[in-house]
Ligand binder design. Structure first.
Ligand SMILES: [Zn+2]
Length: 745
């Protein structure tokens, strides 16, 4: 469900590796093993075919295939048959989950004039699958509570917490209103959550043409961008509390599982929500009066944006069928030869909101070609050391359902055996986008150096590095030029790695290419084969590149003599995060002091236009000093253990002795970053370094316990969380020490 309009993550770095004459070493392999690995990799790379990627996409996106639809099941069975035909041991694993679909939807303006929103996307003549109305899910936001409300309308910009602070200063009440927010700036589920916290009774979310419509480019079918009636479906459950089936938090939604009554499911919204197109939003917004919206709140509609409240009064109605639907996860297992108890798990979802050519088939097809490639190698005698599990998930769009329920159902085994989870969720032309656990940063840099970029005829790694230099802030460029590894972005949420990383503490990677194909078809009926083959990776060369990239990732993780984790880049990253946290506290503190001074000086009274409402901000107490010593102490220990591990790796003669015990211990290194009672207020999220933000939804918060406490100015909690996070770093250091000692044994 990840929105592919990705942002370049600008980062930094430090050692330009000396150009090597021989093929460079592979992390975790002895020279002999690396030679044999490269031979197998060359064979693998010859397998993925653009023609097949195209065929799979045409087949999988031929009809709408959301959870519970006939074609969703049909696709799963088709993928299963393919896996079996290729000789893989595969099966379907089912779960039964709550999935509401709409029964009644209405958005209508009742004052000052009457207008009824269409809530429908029109078929397009040239696009043959856009007219499959009988199978398409209507435009709606799943897991919105049922409701029927009529109230004055207020425009709230993106509907994030800062927008409500602005509304308060503008003297605009939200209590009792229906808010209209534009998509963007946060994950959509945050918008109704924050609106309800401010007393709103309903929420409408619309796609402004500034974000993904005509402001960006030609609209579909002339171009890739969102047409007038195009709307974004999507779930609005409170995923930062827990993803997956709302009725079975923490356990697999199996047949006999104990389920909560719907009324007790914490993740269903508090107020009704519906998404609309800009065609439907424009008359509502045009009927608002009150203050003119601040300049950075204005979209690209040909109207003056007002905030309200009213005089527009809106009737919003949502009623769903609260049914249980069956999930079909396709799971294939390739048993490991010498370390079968260490698992490499690979996943991408197969379900879509509608036809879903880009999301998810543009990467699910690559996953299938990887599986076919590995199956080919097995026929030629390849034997992976470790067990490889290929998962094609169902129900990702509806709340990461398939992956979360599977991960929860197999939690004990996964905690014991899973070394790495590798995810993808959509692909396009452009640069490699890599996010994940920083213990895998060095490893993934190595893989990216061995993949050719299809458009540039040099490694994907080089293209990424140059594009980062081009996009970086001036102070970061130097680091990119000097650091040997490109930084890995941290993972928030929004795709199937969430349960593995955040809940179970399995080191994870999320990979895809993108950046060159824009588009505004996300979660609409226009995300289909016609759109993809006209406006995206039309010759499937980047689909091939993705299959090659992740194929190599999986092979190396499964074949390495020493699992290719690295703790130096990890420690360097943690160091950066701790610096950021201290700076964040300082910035907050300085802001509050400055604002208090300006209030005293009368600045806010002086700048206010007496003909308009602008309420001065309130005095705030200055934050206490925080004691960051526990984090610094933990970091110090981490640093020493990472150095010790590096030294031990350099001295071990790889290939001379099997490293089974070391590898088993290495799988536990990421697990040490979790705490069983999780994050404050959300125990499902156990990882203490990475989590989606409680008020960003997808966007990551690193060292989240501390960072969010500072952001929310909860100083007592910040102090407590610093102690906990410091302890986690010490735990991690102890695990790494132990592994280093095992290596030296
Ligand atoms: Zn997706």
């Amino acid at each position: 469900m990840k929105n592919f309009a990705r942002i370049f993550v600008c980062c930094s770095i430090a050692v330009v590796l000396a150009p090597a004459a021989d093929p460079p070493a592979i992390l975790g392999f002895s020279p002999d093993a690396a030679t044999s690995e490269r031979a197998w990799e060359a064979k693998f790379k010859s397998v993925p075919s653009a023609e097949r990627l195209r065929e799979y996409m045409q087949r999988l996106s031929a009809r709408p295939h959301h959870v519970g639809s006939p074609y969703d099941k049909d696709n799963a069975e088709w993928i299963l048959t393919k896996f079996k035909d290729w000789g893989l041991n595969a099966q379907i694993e089912n779960f039964d989950v709550l999935f509401p679909t709409p029964r009644e939807r209405a958005v209508e303006m009742v004052e000052p004039t009457r207008f009824v929103a269409k809530l429908e996307e029109a078929p397009v003549t040239v696009d043959p699958t856009s007219n499959q109305q009988s199978e398409q899910l209507p435009i709606y936001n799943a897991y919105s509570v049922d409701g029927d409300v009529t109230a004055p309308l207020v425009y709230v910009n993106y509907g994030v917490p800062e927008d409500y602070e602005e509304l308060e200063r503008l003297g605009v009440p939200v209590k009792g209103a229906i808010v209209i927010a534009r998509y963007g700036a946060s994950w959509r589920g945050i918008k109704p959550k924050v609106a309800a916290e401010h007393g709103a009774v309903g929420c409408i979310i619309y796609s402004d043409p500034r974000e993904d419509g005509y402001f960006q480019g030609e609209v579909f079918p002339l171009g890739a961008w969102r047409p007038r009636d195009g709307a974004q479906r999507g779930i609005v459950m409170d995923m930062p509390i827990y993803p997956g089936d709302p009725l079975t938090p923490g356990i697999g939604a199996t047949e006999g599982a104990k389920r909560l009554p719907i009324s007790e499911a914490k993740t269903i919204t508090k107020i009704p929500v519906l998404p609309v197109s800009y065609g439907d939003a424009q008359p509502l917004l045009a009927a608002l009066k009150g203050a003119v919206a601040p300049s950075n709140w204005r979209g690209a509609l040909p109207i003056t944006y007002h905030i309200g409240p009213g005089p527009a009064k809106v009737h919003l109605k949502v009623k769903s069928n609260w049914d249980t639907k069956r999930l079909y996860n396709v799971i294939a297992r390739i048993p490991g030869q010498t370390e079968p108890d260490v698992w490499i798990v690979r996943g991408n979802h197969h379900d879509a909101w509608v036809n879903g050519a880009e999301d998810p088939v543009s990467a699910a097809n690559a996953e299938m070609e990887e599986a076919r490639g590995l199956a080919e190698l097995i026929k030629q005698g390849w034997q992976p050391k470790r067990t490889i599990i290929y998962c094609v998930w169902d129900g990702e769009e509806e709340g990461l359902l398939g992956s979360t329920e599977w991960a929860e159902a197999h939690a004990d085994e996964l905690r014991q055996h899973a070394a790495v989870y590798v995810n993808s969720d959509g692909n396009g032309r452009g640069v490699l986008q890599m996010s994940g656990s920083h213990s895998l940063e060095k490893f993934i840099n190595g893989v990216a150096k061995d993949i050719e970029d299809p458009e540039k005829d040099y490694p994907a790694w080089k293209r990424l590095r140059l594009s980062r230099i081009s996009n970086a802030a001036s102070e970061d460029r130097d680091e990119i030029r000097k650091r040997s590894d490109l930084r890995l972005a941290a993972l928030g949420s929004g795709s199937d790695y969430t349960a593995f990383l955040d809940h179970l503490g399995v080191a994870s990677l999320d990979l895809g290419y993108g950046g060159e194909d824009g588009g505004g078809i996300y979660h609409s009926i226009y995300d289909d084969f016609y759109w993809y083959t006209h406006f995206a990776d039309t010759d499937f060369r980047y689909g091939r590149a993705l299959a090659e990239t992740i194929g190599l990732v999986v092979m190396r993780l499964a074949d390495a003599e020493l699992l290719p984790y690295d703790f130096t880049d990890f420690t360097d990253t943690i160091h950066k995060y701790v610096d950021q946290l201290e700076k964040l506290w300082k910035t907050k503190s300085d802001e509050i002091k400055e604002r208090n001074t300006e209030i005293e000086e009368g600045v806010y009274v002086a700048i206010a236009d007496p003909k308009q409402t602008l309420i001065p901000p309130k005095f705030e107490s200055v934050p206490p000093f925080l004691n960051f010593a526990p984090l610094r102490n933990g970091l110090e220990k981490l640093q020493r253990s990472a150095e010790h591990y590096d030294k031990a790796v350099q001295h071990v003669s790889m290939g001379a002795k099997p490293l089974v015990a070391v590898n088993r211990k290495l799988t536990q290194a990421e697990r040490a970053l979790t705490l069983p009672d999780g994050l404050p207020g959300r125990p499902w999220f156990k990882h203490q370094i990475y989590a989606p933000g409680a008020y960003t939804g997808y966007g990551v918060k690193t060292i989240p316990g501390v960072r969010e406490a500072i952001e929310q100015k909860d100083w007592k909690q910040a102090d407590e969380q610093i102690v906990r996070a410091g302890k986690v770093l010490e735990n991690e250091a102890a695990v790494i020490e132990d592994i280093a000692a095992e290596l030296e044994r």
